[in-house]
Design a protein around this ligand. Structure first.
Ligand code: UD1
Ligand code: CA
Length: 452
């Protein structure tokens, strides 16, 4: 049977105090509605209908997919009216799952529970027992069977005591849903077309209404303001931290890590506090990440050590390498096995071959650095003439003395040596020593200036 998902996202989100439609506010690396779309796709939806009210252009620019249809709800007349906007698209013989664009943390396993709870010819509701049910629709049962939902504002004093609440998430047959929606009225306390009224209709038709429940409340919480959004972010991050720990990583403090993408790990990975991982990051066996590192779209090889306060983006760090503290490794950098960069080393679009080292205070841009090269402190590749970028090539085993300016394009041969303080603009042959600095003069009889 096919599955369509209707995502309600027409609310303006006034309490966000933002120009951005509410559902575009982010949790980790993507907007709330993108999390919901991911969940829909994870339960193998065939079509997704996104019901929007405001910021249609922004939404369509940010959220995309061949399986996605944008359906406008011009006036927000209620959740039932919102779902009904998608009715023209829904098939009679498919299942329809209703989700909410501002409820991003529902687990896929919970949606699967809901889907398997629905019996043939029945429907299914996701409900949750809350200590404080205020504001929620209450689940009414008779003899254990669900018979209806009453909204807070329409509930009697007795009904308000019910602690089983409607999360809003439900699953029904498309034909049933369309028939029920077309019969809704707005004769209630809020003058809205309530989606929840379909439950009593289903019951009166003898349709079995099954229920499923989330593992935790956070799965069904939405964000109406930035405080709630921050709560969702923390809950999401703790969930990511727990996934990493279950997969075998040691986190010094699961409350002080941020994952904005996917981190895959080998065994015996250790991560100190305040690290941020973005995009696709892989950490191989025995990797150690120091405190305050930011690692973006990069692969860190087996046994590598990233020391504190390093930033690594779009780079590959090989086996047993070390980087930092305070290394800045920019896009296009490849460090091969056993290479090392120390504090205040910046690299961009540079390959460091096996065993090469740059211990301190260096900029290496557009450079190819051979095996076991030693780059002295203060070395700068002058790769930019104001218009063009040029390459610096350093052969295996070369030794670059401290405080060198390597004016690209320039090639330094294998086993060559450059003297400290040199400005090297001409190629150096294999094994040569190049010194390019003024000769030292020592003058006798020099008097220091005196104060006037
Ligand atoms: C709804 C449920 C309530 C449930 C609660 C869970 C109804 C009538 N009530 O109440 O039983 O306990 O959610 O949070 O369904 N929306 C639209 N178009 C509209 C109205 C709403 O897209 O015309 C969207 C909103 O953007 C929001 C969601 O639907 O994301 C829920 O709407 P809201 O008005 O917040 O419903 P509640 O009063 O919270
Ligand atoms: Ca709500």
């Amino acid at each position: 049977m096919s599955l369509s998902v209707v995502i309600l996202a027409a609310g303006k989100g006034t309490r966000m105090r933002s120009n951005l439609p509410k559902v575009l506010h982010p949790v980790a690396h993507q907007s709330m509605v993108e999390h919901v779309i991911d969940s829909a796709r994870s339960v193998n939806s065939d079509n997704i209908y996104l019901v929007y009210g405001f910021g249609g252009e922004l939404l369509q620019a940010r959220v995309q997919g061949d399986d996605l249809t944008f359906v406008e709800q011009k006036e927000q007349l209620g959740t039932g009216h919102a779902v009904d906007m998608a009715s023209p698209f829904l098939k009679d013989d498919e299942d329809v799952l209703v989700l909410y664009g501002d409820v991003p943390l529902t687990k896929v396993s919970t949606l699967e529970k809901l889907i398997s709870a629905k019996q043939d010819g029945g429907m299914a509701l996701l409900t949750v027992k809350l200590e404080n049910p205020t504001g929620y629709g209450r689940i009414m049962r008779l003899g254990g069977h669900v018979v209806g939902i009453v909204e807070q504002k329409d509930a009697s004093a007795e009904q308000l005591l019910i602690d089983e609440c409607n999360t809003g998430i439900l699953l029904a047959n498309g034909g049933d849903l369309k028939r029920w929606l077309s019969n809704l009225s707005n004769d209630n306390a809020q003058g809205e077309y309530y989606l929840t009224d379909i439950i009593a209709m289903a019951h009166s038709e003898g349709v079995e209404i099954s229920t499923a429940h989330p593992d935790t409340e956070i799965e069904v919480e939405g964000a109406n303001n930035r405080v709630q959004l921050a709560n969702l972010e923390r809950a999401y991050q703790l969930r990511k931290a727990e996934e990493l720990m279950i997969a075998g990583a040691s986190l010094r403090d699961p409350n002080r890590i941020d994952v904005r993408g996917n981190v895959t790990i080998g065994s015996e990975v250790q991560i100190d506090i305040n690290c941020i991982f973005e995009g696709e990051v892989s950490l191989a066996d025995d990797v150690t990440i120091g405190a305050n590192c930011i690692i973006i779209n990069s692969q860190i090889g087996k046994g590598a050590t990233i020391k504190p306060n390093s930033i690594i983006e779009n780079a590959q760090i090989g086996e047993a390498c070390s980087a930092g503290p305070f290394a800045r490794i920019r896009p296009g950098t490849v460090m091969k096995a056993d290479s090392h960069v120390g504090n205040f080393v910046e690299m961009k679009n540079t390959t460091m071959d096996e065993g090469a080292k740059a211990g301190h205070l260096t900029y290496l841009g557009d450079a190819e650095i051979g095996k076991k090269v030693n780059i002295g402190a203060g070395t700068i590749t002058c790769n930019y003439d104001g218009v063009n970028k040029s390459k610096t090539i350093i052969g295996d085993g070369a030794f670059i003395g401290s405080n060198a300016s390597l004016v690209a394009p320039v090639t330094i041969g294998k086993m060559a040596t450059t003297g400290a303080g040199s400005t090297i603009g001409k190629d150096v042959e294999d094994a040569q020593l190049a010194i390019a600095r003024p000769k030292q003069r020592n003058l006798d009889g020099w008097k220091r200036p005196t104060k006037k």
